[in-house]
Write a protein that binds this ligand. Structure first.
Ligand code: PLP
Length: 424
């Protein structure tokens, strides 16, 4: 067993070394490189249902699920069938199709705060479009975002080298869930604030739920000062329920960004909202936003098929139940082994935080992940064929394809892992 696992890891290592020759860090998006957990990424050959199959011939139960894009699981047969149908008709790029209108109509019906929409190729583009529109609508420049959130890789939303200070001079960062601080910042900047952008549930510092009253306060402040409230629902769109986080929390955003699930596993994004704001967008207005591949029929047919299944089968209660079952049982196991952890979960998303100090901040924001312990936990689980998102700060996702057997196998693997790690 030991030598087999070593052999398999050698295959991954070899592939990773080869990939690094040609791709920066061997990957096309940093978190995939396993930098946060150490070791070498799993190279995937095939993916079906709740499973991924690696190049070295192993099967894993996947809880990363395309970072939340694959709510139906990998390669849902109905989605694949729709994609194939369209492939047979040829690949059209850049010329309107009926499908785009159908997806737009479907989203508008599901999320009533969206009156008009623009489809994009990624969540990043959606966020950039929404912020540009908010600035044009209010004729103001500043935006508030929240620390620990991720809204894609636009310069002015990132903290990294290569972003000129000037690009960020209109971005104000506030701690998530900190109602008093956001009120202070708005008071100070209200003459120049175009938008507040928020993940209604954070998925990018692990899962963090909004404190009671937080989103309501943002809505109220935005109304009072005519600031555009942007909900970044790239993760939460169609994730907790069909009406998305806005329906879940009963708060309407002025603009909403979507991605992930609406593309059914293919590259997609969208932003939409009030007509009077959206109609400033070219060609109706003069705010430019476009993309050669935006609304491409292959993506849209996958997205439409996915939303159709979600609306017909309404799997949300079941997803919530299996997620609760998994998380509550992990908590029980940890307790039995004296392992200190906190699991934040909602709907079908969850994150496990191993607490190294007593530093669980208020409002469920966990400041310190015991990264050393997390790494060991992560790799022990990989050995047991369980694939979690490869960072302690990423969310994990369940899908409609996860079965009871998958959950039992996962719990067994976690028990075995805790057994090994206890006392180390
Ligand atoms: N917004 C949120 C909340 C996200 O989690 C992400 C990506 O994970 C994005 C925006 C960017 O989306 P994309 O990776 O499709 O550009």
């Amino acid at each position: 067993m030991q030598s087999l696992s070593r052999k398999l890891s050698t295959i991954n290592h070899k592939l990773f070394c080869k990939a690094k020759k040609y791709l920066v860090g061997g990957v096309n998006s940093p978190v995939r490189s396993f930098k946060a957990v150490g070791g070498y990424p799993v190279f995937v050959r095939e993916a079906k249902g709740s499973k991924i199959y690696s190049e070295c011939g192993r099967e894993f139960i996947d809880f990363c699920m395309g970072y939340g894009a694959l709510i139906l699981g990998h390669s849902n047969p109905k989605v694949i069938e729709e994609i194939k149908k369209f492939l047979d008709k040829g690949i059209n790029v850049g010329i309107p199709t009926k499908l785009e209108m159908e997806l737009a109509k479907t989203i508008i019906k599901a999320i009533p705060s969206i009156e008009k929409i623009r489809l994009t190729n990624s969540g990043t583009e959606a966020v950039m479009g929404a912020i540009r529109l908010a600035r044009a609508y209010t004729k103001k420049d500043k935006i508030i975002k929240f620390s620990g959130s991720y809204h894609g890789s636009a310069d002015y939303l990132l903290d990294c080298e290569g972003v000129p200070k000037d690009f960020k001079k209109n971005t104000i960062t506030c701690p998530y869930n900190d109602v008093e601080r956001v009120q202070e910042l708005v008071e100070k900047n209200k003459e120049r604030l175009a938008a507040i952008i928020v993940e209604p549930i954070c998925g990018n510092m692990g899962v963090v739920l909004p404190k009671e009253g937080f989103l309501e306060t943002l809505r109220e402040i935005c109304d009072r000062y005519k600031i555009v409230l942007i909900f970044d629902e790239v993760i939460t769109g169609f994730r907790l329920n069909y009406g998305s986080a806005q329906e879940y929390f009963k708060i309407k955003a002025d603009l909403t960004c979507l991605g992930k699930i609406i593309g059914g596993g293919l590259p997609c994004g969208a932003f939409g909202g009030k007509k009077e704001i959206m109609e400033l967008l070219a060609p109706e207005g003069s705010v430019y936003q476009g993309g050669t591949f935006s609304g491409n029929p292959i993506t849209i047919s996958a997205g439409l098929a996915t939303l159709k299944i979600l609306s017909e089968e309404n799997p949300y209660k079941k997803l919530e139940n299996i997620t609760r079952y998994l998380c509550e049982n992990i908590i029980k196991l940890a307790k039995n082994y004296g392992i200190k952890l906190k699991i934040n979960f909602i709907g079908s998303m969850f994150s496990i935080f191993f607490i190294d100090k007593k530093e669980v901040m208020d409002y469920n924001i966990v400041k310190t992940q015991d990264t050393k312990f997390f790494k060991r936990f992560y790799h022990e689980l990989l050995k047991e064929s369980i694939y979690f998102s490869p960072s302690g700060w990423e969310a994990n996702f369940l899908s409609c394809a996860h079965t009871e057997k998958d959950l039992e196998k996962t719990l067994k693997a976690i028990k075995k892992t805790f057994d090994k790690l206890r006392g180390k």
